[in-house]
Ligand binder design. Structure first.
Ligand SMILES: Cc1cc2nc3c(=O)[nH]c(=O)nc-3n(C[C@H](O)[C@H](O)[C@H](O)COP(=O)(O)O)c2cc1C
Ligand code: SF4
Length: 523
């Protein structure tokens, strides 16, 4: 639809979070209302800006910029349309979107276009500085691209925080007739949704990042492994790939260069362990997702036995900024060895939940109290779990911990994929510890004993503690079991499950019965 100056441009997100609270219905309602009034409107469907408590948050183009309203319900459509036409006041009017403090406080390097552009339009992506990273990459050789990625300090955003440049160099240096790029979009961590949001809201940034990786290491084919629970992301990535191909950004002789790179989406079958890189490769090859022993590393022998770069969605999505603006522009943000920004996801019992991209170094307390606004229920925050189901529980006493890989590790925690789940003072921490063991038992691939058997014994032991049976002895058993799992498991599923369990026990001993008293009694 071509829009004249008189046409009202309305932006209604197509992000799954917005759709789940009625965004699609709003599209029909606005169309019907406009037709009734014979008003020319154009509806554009971007991703979400990430202020999830305001969804569906819709916007209208005005001379001052895009003005937001939210959360908008169908009953509000007529009055919101009045306010849009008049550019006047409304109870749901939030002002110019970019000026909303929650958004303004962020440093959006990776998510800069999310919620802004039309994710189905490669032209819109280019109009918002897209594909500039690739243009620069095409002027560099492999070593030049990898040097930029290394100097940027980018570390894998999937959880382990491994330096991306080193991984790419290993694949580039490994001789083979074929190499692959794999994007890990399994996003199984509790409280995380950044991969989904960026795939739905800015698929081309992921495609561009993977294309640059392919050129850097000499791979001609890439796969995006997306969990089956993300149908909107699957559609967005498939449409994005088709559009990029039509525009000459994928396929043979990319933008007239000598490089070939193609992409394909594969949908996972729904197992947490399929997010583990070797298990994911098994699944991609058509087998059951079981962890492979390392070595060989996927960088040496990965997909179909060929050298493979496997990175998280957010790692690839950070690449275009780095290539476009230079490694230093990225590395200038952050603290210590955690460089750049982290798209943090605030979830659980939190007042202002959503996607908050910020430089490393912000403290947990700032994130929970200032940005998140405390709990949704209004009760005091008692604990937060950072880094998914394998992450530690932190009490308020640790809220001075800065968001930094090393600072979290020092306190027996991990930042993982950047998900934070908030709990109020009604939480029972022994129940949470039991949940961690139960989750591990259900999701274990079964390859190694400490995880397969240990997790089930863990559930049983916590049940005994919760029933008050020989609490002190059973706590000792739980500690012993946790150590066996931590040091004896083949992968981090079994190896990290002790972190939520032990942190719950350490920081919230009272929830495991009147522990001090019982310990004394046992002595
Ligand atoms: C049980 C388990 C589940 C994982 N799930 C994911 C996941 O959903 N997404 C992801 O990117 N990495 C996940 N990882 C980490 C991957 O194994 C791997 O480190 C990552 O994909 C590498 O990419 P990065 O260097 O960009 O982080 C998981 C690891 C384990 C042990
Ligand atoms: S730790 Fe668990 S998930 Fe990992 S290889 Fe062993 S059994 Fe499989």
């Amino acid at each position: 639809m071509t829009s004249s100056d008189k046409t009202l441009k309305i932006y209604i997100p197509r992000d799954a979070a917005a759709v789940s609270v009625g965004a699609d219905e709003l599209v029909s309602a606005f169309e019907a209302e406009a037709q009734k009034r014979k008003l020319a409107i154009e509806i554009i469907r971007p991703g979400s800006r990430g202020l999830l408590w305001l969804e569906p948050m819709i916007e209208v183009a005005t001379p001052e910029g895009r003005v937001a309203f939210g959360p908008v319900e169908e009953k509000d459509v007529a009055s919101v349309l009045d306010a849009m036409v008049a550019n006047g006041p409304h109870a749901l009017r939030l002002g110019v979107a970019e000026e909303i403090p929650w958004l303004k406080k962020q440093t959006r390097l990776t998510f800069v276009r999310c919620g802004v552009v039309d994710p189905r339009s490669v032209e819109d992506y280019i109009a918002h500085d897209g594909y500039r990273g690739l243009a620069r990459a095409l002027t560099l050789d492999s070593a030049g691209i990898i040097a930029d990625v290394t100097t940027s300090g980018l570390r894998g955003r999937g959880g382990a925080g491994f330096p991306t440049g080193i991984k790419w160099k290993t694949v580039a240096d490994t001789k083979a007739d074929r190499k692959f790029i794999v994007c890990n979009a399994d996003e199984g961590d509790s409280g995380t949704f950044a991969d989904r949001m960026i795939m739905e809201g800015d698929p081309f940034v992921v495609i561009e990042g993977m294309t640059i990786a392919g050129i850097a290491v000499g791979a001609t084919k890439g796969y995006i492994y997306i969990r089956s629970e993300y149908p909107h992301a699957v559609e967005a990535m498939n449409e994005g790939i088709a559009a990029a191909k039509r525009a000459g950004y994928l396929g043979d002789k990319i933008r007239g260069s000598a490089h070939t790179f193609d992409l394909e989406v594969r949908v996972g079958a729904g197992a947490y362990v399929c997010g583990e890189e070797t298990s994911l490769l098994e699944s991609l090859e058509g087998r059951r997702g079981i962890v492979r022993a390392k070595p060989p590393l996927p960088a040496h022998k990965g997909l179909f036995g060929k050298p493979t770069v496997i990175n998280n969605v957010l790692s690839f999505a950070a690449i275009p900024f780095i290539l476009d603006n230079g490694a230093k522009a990225y590395a200038d943000y952050g603290m210590g060895r955690s460089r750049g920004t982290m798209p943090i996801q605030l979830a659980g019992n939190v007042k202002f939940g959503g996607l908050f991209e910020v430089a490393f170094g912000i403290t947990l307390g700032e994130l929970i109290d200032d940005i998140g606004g405390g709990t949704f229920t209004g009760k005091p925050v008692r604990a937060v779990q950072v880094g998914g189901p394998l992450g530690a529980y932190f009490p308020r006493e640790l809220f001075d911990t800065p968001f930094d890989y090393e600072a979290f590790a020092k306190r027996d925690g991990l930042i993982g994929h950047g998900g934070i789940v908030v709990f109020d003072d009604t939480v029972d921490m022994s129940k949470q510890a039991r949940f961690a063991m139960e989750f591990c038992a259900i999701e274990s691939c079964g390859k190694c004993t400490p995880c397969r058997i240990g997790s089930t014994r863990g559930v049983e032991t916590i049940d005994k503690i919760r029933r008050g049976e020989r609490v002190a002895e059973n706590i000792a058993v739980l500690q012993d079991l946790s150590n066996t799992m931590k040091f004896g498991s083949l992968c981090a599923l079994g190896g990290f499950t002790p972190y939520p369990v032990m942190s719950a026990l350490k920081h919230f001993p009272d929830d495991f019965g009147p522990v001090p008293t019982r310990l004394q009694a046992a002595e």
